[in-house]
Write a protein that binds this ligand. Structure first.
Ligand code: GTQ
Ligand code: FE2
Length: 342
Protein backbone atom coordinates (compact mmCIF):
# COMPACT_ATOMS: atom_id res chain seq x y z
CA UNK A 1 0.00 0.00 0.00
CA UNK A 2 1.17 3.48 -0.79
CA UNK A 3 1.56 6.03 1.97
CA UNK A 4 -1.28 7.93 0.32
CA UNK A 5 -3.73 4.98 0.69
CA UNK A 6 -2.66 4.39 4.26
CA UNK A 7 -3.22 8.05 5.11
CA UNK A 8 -6.64 7.97 3.42
CA UNK A 9 -7.66 4.81 5.31
CA UNK A 10 -6.59 6.42 8.58
CA UNK A 11 -8.51 9.53 7.66
CA UNK A 12 -11.76 7.57 7.04
CA UNK A 13 -11.29 5.65 10.27
CA UNK A 14 -10.81 8.91 12.14
CA UNK A 15 -13.95 10.37 10.54
CA UNK A 16 -15.99 7.37 11.68
CA UNK A 17 -14.54 7.61 15.19
CA UNK A 18 -15.56 11.29 15.25
CA UNK A 19 -19.13 10.41 14.14
CA UNK A 20 -18.73 12.12 10.80
CA UNK A 21 -19.67 10.91 7.33
CA UNK A 22 -18.04 12.36 4.23
CA UNK A 23 -20.75 13.49 1.82
CA UNK A 24 -18.64 12.59 -1.23
CA UNK A 25 -19.12 8.88 -0.44
CA UNK A 26 -22.88 8.98 0.17
CA UNK A 27 -24.24 11.64 -2.16
CA UNK A 28 -25.52 9.36 -4.90
CA UNK A 29 -27.78 7.51 -2.44
CA UNK A 30 -29.16 10.73 -0.95
CA UNK A 31 -29.60 13.26 -3.71
CA UNK A 32 -31.06 10.86 -6.25
CA UNK A 33 -32.03 12.29 -9.66
CA UNK A 34 -35.61 11.25 -8.85
CA UNK A 35 -37.46 9.55 -5.99
CA UNK A 36 -36.25 6.03 -5.29
CA UNK A 37 -38.95 4.64 -2.97
CA UNK A 38 -38.05 1.47 -1.09
CA UNK A 39 -41.70 0.38 -1.17
CA UNK A 40 -42.58 -1.68 -4.24
CA UNK A 41 -45.83 -1.72 -6.23
CA UNK A 42 -47.94 -4.31 -4.43
CA UNK A 43 -51.49 -5.61 -4.28
CA UNK A 44 -53.33 -7.28 -1.38
CA UNK A 45 -56.34 -9.30 -2.55
CA UNK A 46 -59.68 -8.73 -0.89
CA UNK A 47 -60.45 -12.45 -1.00
CA UNK A 48 -57.28 -13.07 1.01
CA UNK A 49 -57.73 -10.11 3.39
CA UNK A 50 -61.36 -10.76 4.23
CA UNK A 51 -61.13 -14.38 5.55
CA UNK A 52 -58.04 -13.43 7.58
CA UNK A 53 -59.94 -10.51 9.11
CA UNK A 54 -62.83 -12.87 9.90
CA UNK A 55 -60.41 -15.24 11.64
CA UNK A 56 -59.04 -12.28 13.62
CA UNK A 57 -62.60 -11.54 14.84
CA UNK A 58 -62.88 -15.14 16.04
CA UNK A 59 -59.45 -15.40 17.62
CA UNK A 60 -58.37 -11.97 18.84
CA UNK A 61 -60.35 -9.83 21.29
CA UNK A 62 -60.53 -6.08 20.76
CA UNK A 63 -60.69 -4.65 24.30
CA UNK A 64 -57.81 -2.75 25.94
CA UNK A 65 -54.58 -4.61 25.40
CA UNK A 66 -55.78 -6.04 22.09
CA UNK A 67 -56.78 -2.51 20.95
CA UNK A 68 -57.78 -2.16 17.29
CA UNK A 69 -58.27 -5.29 15.22
CA UNK A 70 -56.25 -4.11 12.33
CA UNK A 71 -54.34 -6.00 9.63
CA UNK A 72 -51.76 -3.54 8.35
CA UNK A 73 -50.50 -3.70 4.79
CA UNK A 74 -46.79 -4.46 5.10
CA UNK A 75 -45.03 -3.59 1.86
CA UNK A 76 -42.40 -6.26 1.09
CA UNK A 77 -39.94 -3.53 0.06
CA UNK A 78 -39.90 -2.05 3.55
CA UNK A 79 -38.03 -4.86 5.32
CA UNK A 80 -40.81 -5.93 7.67
CA UNK A 81 -42.04 -2.48 8.71
CA UNK A 82 -45.87 -2.47 8.91
CA UNK A 83 -46.27 0.28 6.32
CA UNK A 84 -47.92 0.18 2.91
CA UNK A 85 -45.46 2.78 1.64
CA UNK A 86 -42.71 4.96 3.09
CA UNK A 87 -45.17 7.66 4.19
CA UNK A 88 -48.50 5.82 4.42
CA UNK A 89 -50.20 3.31 6.69
CA UNK A 90 -52.95 1.26 5.09
CA UNK A 91 -54.95 -1.47 6.81
CA UNK A 92 -58.10 -3.52 6.96
CA UNK A 93 -59.94 -3.08 10.26
CA UNK A 94 -62.61 -5.51 11.43
CA UNK A 95 -65.14 -5.17 14.23
CA UNK A 96 -67.41 -8.05 15.25
CA UNK A 97 -71.06 -7.73 16.25
CA UNK A 98 -71.60 -5.63 19.42
CA UNK A 99 -67.88 -4.93 19.84
CA UNK A 100 -66.23 -1.58 20.58
CA UNK A 101 -62.64 -0.58 19.92
CA UNK A 102 -61.23 1.45 22.85
CA UNK A 103 -61.13 5.27 22.71
CA UNK A 104 -57.77 7.00 22.24
CA UNK A 105 -56.09 9.77 20.30
CA UNK A 106 -52.81 10.24 18.46
CA UNK A 107 -51.05 12.93 16.47
CA UNK A 108 -51.17 10.88 13.25
CA UNK A 109 -54.34 11.59 11.31
CA UNK A 110 -56.59 8.83 9.97
CA UNK A 111 -59.30 8.25 7.43
CA UNK A 112 -61.71 5.32 7.16
CA UNK A 113 -63.24 4.09 3.94
CA UNK A 114 -66.07 1.64 4.61
CA UNK A 115 -66.07 -1.63 2.66
CA UNK A 116 -68.74 -3.85 4.14
CA UNK A 117 -71.19 -4.17 7.00
CA UNK A 118 -73.64 -2.00 8.82
CA UNK A 119 -74.31 -0.65 12.28
CA UNK A 120 -70.90 0.83 13.11
CA UNK A 121 -70.22 4.39 14.13
CA UNK A 122 -66.89 6.04 14.83
CA UNK A 123 -67.09 8.68 17.54
CA UNK A 124 -64.77 11.64 16.87
CA UNK A 125 -64.49 14.12 19.75
CA UNK A 126 -68.02 13.21 20.84
CA UNK A 127 -69.58 13.26 17.39
CA UNK A 128 -70.84 9.76 16.49
CA UNK A 129 -70.33 9.33 12.73
CA UNK A 130 -72.47 6.55 11.25
CA UNK A 131 -70.58 4.42 8.73
CA UNK A 132 -72.03 2.77 5.66
CA UNK A 133 -70.30 1.10 2.71
CA UNK A 134 -68.65 3.66 0.44
CA UNK A 135 -68.60 6.38 3.12
CA UNK A 136 -65.43 8.25 4.04
CA UNK A 137 -64.98 9.11 7.73
CA UNK A 138 -62.20 11.34 9.09
CA UNK A 139 -60.38 11.07 12.40
CA UNK A 140 -58.09 14.10 12.36
CA UNK A 141 -54.85 14.07 14.36
CA UNK A 142 -55.31 14.35 18.15
CA UNK A 143 -59.11 13.85 17.95
CA UNK A 144 -60.44 11.30 20.47
CA UNK A 145 -61.88 8.34 18.59
CA UNK A 146 -63.45 4.94 19.13
CA UNK A 147 -65.46 2.55 16.98
CA UNK A 148 -68.70 0.88 18.05
CA UNK A 149 -70.54 -1.92 16.28
CA UNK A 150 -74.20 -1.90 17.30
CA UNK A 151 -75.10 -4.38 14.55
CA UNK A 152 -75.46 -8.15 14.42
CA UNK A 153 -72.82 -8.67 11.76
CA UNK A 154 -69.12 -7.90 11.32
CA UNK A 155 -67.95 -4.67 9.74
CA UNK A 156 -64.87 -4.08 7.61
CA UNK A 157 -63.21 -0.88 6.56
CA UNK A 158 -59.96 0.47 5.16
CA UNK A 159 -57.81 2.60 7.48
CA UNK A 160 -55.41 5.13 6.01
CA UNK A 161 -52.99 6.98 8.28
CA UNK A 162 -50.07 9.36 7.91
CA UNK A 163 -48.29 7.47 10.73
CA UNK A 164 -44.98 6.80 8.91
CA UNK A 165 -44.76 10.49 7.99
CA UNK A 166 -45.39 11.64 11.55
CA UNK A 167 -42.93 9.02 12.77
CA UNK A 168 -40.29 10.36 10.36
CA UNK A 169 -40.90 13.80 11.89
CA UNK A 170 -40.50 12.29 15.40
CA UNK A 171 -43.92 13.75 16.13
CA UNK A 172 -45.88 10.73 17.38
CA UNK A 173 -47.91 11.20 20.56
CA UNK A 174 -50.55 8.72 21.73
CA UNK A 175 -52.97 8.78 24.64
CA UNK A 176 -55.64 6.38 25.90
CA UNK A 177 -59.02 7.79 26.85
CA UNK A 178 -59.69 7.23 30.57
CA UNK A 179 -62.77 5.11 29.73
CA UNK A 180 -63.31 2.43 27.09
CA UNK A 181 -65.61 4.76 25.19
CA UNK A 182 -66.08 8.51 25.15
CA UNK A 183 -69.56 9.99 25.62
CA UNK A 184 -71.50 10.29 22.36
CA UNK A 185 -73.60 13.30 21.50
CA UNK A 186 -77.16 12.87 20.29
CA UNK A 187 -78.17 13.12 17.57
CA UNK A 188 -75.38 11.45 15.59
CA UNK A 189 -73.54 13.01 12.62
CA UNK A 190 -73.36 16.56 13.97
CA UNK A 191 -70.55 17.56 11.62
CA UNK A 192 -72.81 16.67 8.71
CA UNK A 193 -75.73 18.70 10.03
CA UNK A 194 -73.47 21.69 10.58
CA UNK A 195 -71.09 21.61 7.64
CA UNK A 196 -72.35 19.42 4.79
CA UNK A 197 -74.37 22.17 3.12
CA UNK A 198 -71.82 24.93 3.75
CA UNK A 199 -69.58 24.37 0.73
CA UNK A 200 -68.51 21.71 -1.70
CA UNK A 201 -67.72 18.23 -0.44
CA UNK A 202 -65.68 17.33 -3.50
CA UNK A 203 -63.83 19.07 -6.33
CA UNK A 204 -63.16 17.61 -9.77
CA UNK A 205 -59.57 16.40 -10.11
CA UNK A 206 -57.41 17.63 -7.26
CA UNK A 207 -57.52 20.44 -4.74
CA UNK A 208 -54.92 23.17 -5.09
CA UNK A 209 -55.79 24.79 -1.78
CA UNK A 210 -53.87 24.30 1.45
CA UNK A 211 -55.16 24.38 5.00
CA UNK A 212 -53.23 23.42 8.13
CA UNK A 213 -56.56 22.53 9.79
CA UNK A 214 -58.50 19.34 9.07
CA UNK A 215 -61.99 19.42 7.58
CA UNK A 216 -64.75 20.15 10.13
CA UNK A 217 -66.97 17.84 8.06
CA UNK A 218 -66.11 14.31 9.24
CA UNK A 219 -68.32 12.18 6.98
CA UNK A 220 -68.61 12.05 3.19
CA UNK A 221 -71.50 9.91 2.00
CA UNK A 222 -71.35 7.39 -0.82
CA UNK A 223 -74.57 8.77 -2.43
CA UNK A 224 -73.03 12.25 -2.74
CA UNK A 225 -69.73 10.95 -4.10
CA UNK A 226 -71.55 8.74 -6.58
CA UNK A 227 -73.69 11.67 -7.79
CA UNK A 228 -70.60 13.88 -8.20
CA UNK A 229 -68.79 11.21 -10.23
CA UNK A 230 -71.83 10.55 -12.39
CA UNK A 231 -72.18 14.24 -13.20
CA UNK A 232 -68.47 14.65 -13.89
CA UNK A 233 -68.28 11.56 -16.10
CA UNK A 234 -71.31 12.80 -18.07
CA UNK A 235 -69.75 16.24 -18.60
CA UNK A 236 -66.25 15.09 -19.50
CA UNK A 237 -66.77 11.81 -21.33
CA UNK A 238 -63.25 10.80 -20.22
CA UNK A 239 -62.29 7.18 -19.47
CA UNK A 240 -61.09 8.12 -16.01
CA UNK A 241 -62.67 10.83 -13.86
CA UNK A 242 -61.71 11.66 -10.29
CA UNK A 243 -62.97 13.81 -7.50
CA UNK A 244 -61.08 14.85 -4.40
CA UNK A 245 -62.94 15.00 -1.09
CA UNK A 246 -62.36 18.48 0.32
CA UNK A 247 -62.82 20.57 3.42
CA UNK A 248 -66.09 22.46 2.65
CA UNK A 249 -64.77 25.49 4.54
CA UNK A 250 -61.48 25.97 2.68
CA UNK A 251 -61.61 23.67 -0.36
CA UNK A 252 -58.35 22.08 0.81
CA UNK A 253 -57.59 18.36 1.16
CA UNK A 254 -59.54 16.72 4.01
CA UNK A 255 -56.50 16.46 6.30
CA UNK A 256 -53.34 18.59 6.28
CA UNK A 257 -51.38 15.41 5.52
CA UNK A 258 -53.73 13.25 3.46
CA UNK A 259 -55.73 13.69 0.27
CA UNK A 260 -58.63 11.34 -0.47
CA UNK A 261 -60.00 10.70 -3.94
CA UNK A 262 -62.66 8.63 -5.66
CA UNK A 263 -61.98 7.54 -9.23
CA UNK A 264 -64.42 6.20 -11.80
CA UNK A 265 -62.71 4.12 -14.47
CA UNK A 266 -64.64 3.22 -17.60
CA UNK A 267 -62.15 2.39 -20.32
CA UNK A 268 -58.40 2.75 -20.61
CA UNK A 269 -56.98 5.56 -18.52
CA UNK A 270 -53.75 7.32 -19.45
CA UNK A 271 -50.55 6.85 -17.46
CA UNK A 272 -49.50 9.49 -14.94
CA UNK A 273 -46.94 9.69 -12.21
CA UNK A 274 -46.77 11.87 -9.14
CA UNK A 275 -44.30 12.49 -6.36
CA UNK A 276 -45.39 10.95 -3.07
CA UNK A 277 -47.11 7.65 -2.39
CA UNK A 278 -50.64 6.46 -3.12
CA UNK A 279 -52.83 3.61 -1.83
CA UNK A 280 -55.85 2.50 -3.85
CA UNK A 281 -58.85 0.55 -2.55
CA UNK A 282 -61.22 -1.09 -5.01
CA UNK A 283 -64.79 -0.22 -4.06
CA UNK A 284 -66.71 -1.73 -6.96
CA UNK A 285 -66.05 -3.26 -10.35
CA UNK A 286 -63.13 -5.28 -11.65
CA UNK A 287 -60.24 -4.16 -13.80
CA UNK A 288 -56.49 -3.78 -13.73
CA UNK A 289 -53.81 -1.17 -13.22
CA UNK A 290 -50.39 -1.02 -14.80
CA UNK A 291 -47.75 0.24 -12.37
CA UNK A 292 -44.28 0.79 -13.80
CA UNK A 293 -45.06 -1.72 -16.56
CA UNK A 294 -46.38 -4.42 -14.25
CA UNK A 295 -50.03 -5.47 -14.49
CA UNK A 296 -52.14 -5.83 -11.33
CA UNK A 297 -55.63 -7.30 -11.80
CA UNK A 298 -58.10 -6.23 -9.16
CA UNK A 299 -61.61 -6.82 -7.82
CA UNK A 300 -63.69 -5.29 -5.00
CA UNK A 301 -61.91 -5.24 -1.64
CA UNK A 302 -58.41 -5.32 -3.17
CA UNK A 303 -55.85 -2.74 -2.03
CA UNK A 304 -52.74 -1.70 -3.90
CA UNK A 305 -49.84 0.69 -3.55
CA UNK A 306 -48.31 3.00 -6.11
CA UNK A 307 -44.95 4.20 -4.74
CA UNK A 308 -43.66 7.67 -5.53
CA UNK A 309 -43.05 8.65 -9.13
CA UNK A 310 -43.95 5.30 -10.71
CA UNK A 311 -46.27 5.60 -13.71
CA UNK A 312 -49.74 4.18 -13.21
CA UNK A 313 -52.78 3.75 -15.45
CA UNK A 314 -56.15 2.19 -14.61
CA UNK A 315 -58.28 0.05 -16.93
CA UNK A 316 -61.85 -1.17 -16.37
CA UNK A 317 -65.25 -1.42 -18.00
CA UNK A 318 -66.76 0.39 -15.02
CA UNK A 319 -65.15 0.55 -11.58
CA UNK A 320 -64.85 2.90 -8.62
CA UNK A 321 -61.52 3.19 -6.82
CA UNK A 322 -60.89 5.05 -3.60
CA UNK A 323 -57.39 6.40 -2.94
CA UNK A 324 -55.30 8.25 -0.40
CA UNK A 325 -52.04 10.07 -0.98
CA UNK A 326 -49.62 12.37 0.83
CA UNK A 327 -49.80 15.18 -1.77
CA UNK A 328 -50.99 17.88 0.71
CA UNK A 329 -47.62 17.66 2.44
CA UNK A 330 -45.64 17.77 -0.81
CA UNK A 331 -47.80 20.68 -2.02
CA UNK A 332 -47.39 22.55 1.29
CA UNK A 333 -43.63 22.55 0.88
CA UNK A 334 -43.71 23.26 -2.84
CA UNK A 335 -42.30 19.97 -4.15
CA UNK A 336 -45.36 18.22 -5.58
CA UNK A 337 -44.97 16.99 -9.15
CA UNK A 338 -47.47 15.22 -11.33
CA UNK A 339 -47.26 14.53 -15.04
CA UNK A 340 -48.63 12.44 -17.86
CA UNK A 341 -46.31 9.68 -19.05
CA UNK A 342 -46.18 8.68 -22.71
O1 GTQ B 1 -58.85 2.79 14.30
O2 GTQ B 1 -57.90 4.07 15.74
O3 GTQ B 1 -55.35 1.13 11.31
O4 GTQ B 1 -55.27 3.97 15.94
C1 GTQ B 1 -54.11 2.12 13.06
C2 GTQ B 1 -54.11 2.84 14.23
C3 GTQ B 1 -56.50 2.20 13.05
C4 GTQ B 1 -57.82 3.28 14.80
C5 GTQ B 1 -55.33 1.80 12.46
C6 GTQ B 1 -55.31 3.25 14.82
C7 GTQ B 1 -56.51 2.90 14.22
FE1 FE2 C 1 -56.54 5.44 16.29
Amino acid sequence: MTTETVRLDEFYADLARADLAPLWNITEHLLTPQPRPRAVPWLWRGDVLRPLAERAIELVPVERGGERRVLSLANPGLGGRPYAAGTLWGALQALGPHESAPAHRHTPGAIRFVLDGRGVFTTVDGDACDMRPGDLVLTPGWAWHDHTNTGNGPMFWFDGLDLPMIEALDGVFFEEYPALQQPQQEPHNRSETTHASRGSRTVPGRSERLDPSPSPLLVYRREDTDADLTRLAGESGAAHVSVEFVNPRSGASVLPTLACHMHRVSGDGTATRQSGNQIFVVYQGAGHSVIAGERFDWAPGDMFVVPSWLPVSHHAAGADLFSIDDSPVLRAIGIFRREAVA
